[in-house]
Design a protein around this ligand. Structure first.
Ligand code: IMP
Ligand code: MG
Length: 182
């Protein structure tokens, strides 16, 4: 194919773990399920920046219900706070979520600490309901009990990039999900 390099890596050499076709099929299925579960409602989908941007964009185009979207950005914790799961909000929502049906949309649940914090934080703002949608789940590394309500794919403990997921801000633009083993 093409000689496409990012950060010194030849993209074609990186193993595809989930292809764009597989992602597309699964995202469509997830959207159908969510449309059914939220039939007659008008949920607010909250994308967690920046990783979930591409997933959220694809997901909402397959939804057959009316939705609102908003975004939240959180800091990744340093090593010192990893065990406590303390996360800082870098960009908050534009609106109150009180009384709303809220869906948090994430790219990947790894240790679960980020989502655990978000569920606690957003849950305290009195939404009518609060559920979690994630494209990927890496349960092997979980540090807290957290089961996403909607999950695209469960993957082994490997570092994946593409379809919004990054390594040092690189690789988000790739259409397929690939493995970056260091
Ligand atoms: P958690 O708090 O450990 O669940 O971390 C979730 C965040 O870590 C995700 O939103 C990603 O930004 C990042 N992350 C975890 N695993 C991966 C991966 O395999 N590739 C890229 N980012 C990842
Ligand atoms: Mg993320």
């Amino acid at each position: 194919m093409t000689d496409h390099y990012i950060n010194g890596k030849k993209i074609d050499d990186l193993e595809i773990i989930i292809s764009s076709e597989q992602i597309n099929t699964r995202v469509r299925e997830m959207a159908e399920l969510i449309s059914k579960d939220y039939s007659g409602k008008r949920p607010l989908l909250i994308g967690v920046l920046k990783g979930a941007v591409i997933f959220l964009s694809d997901l909402i185009r397959y939804l057959t219900i009316t939705v609102e979207i908003d975004f939240i950005a959180v800091s990744s914790y340093g090593n010192s706070t990893a065990s406590s799961g303390v996360v800082r909000i870098l960009k908050d929502l534009e609106q109150s979520i009180q009384g709303k049906d809220v869906l948090i949309v994430e790219d990947i649940v790894d240790t679960g600490l980020t989502l655990n914090y978000l569920v606690d934080n957003l849950g305290s703002r009195q939404p009518y309901s609060l559920k979690v949608v994630t494209l990927l789940d890496k349960p092997d590394r979980r540090k807290v009990v957290l089961e996403p309500d909607y999950c695209g794919f469960t993957i082994p403990d490997r570092f994946v990039i593409g379809y919004g997921l990054d390594y040092g801000e690189d690789f988000r633009q790739l259409a397929d999900l690939r493995v970056l083993d260091e």
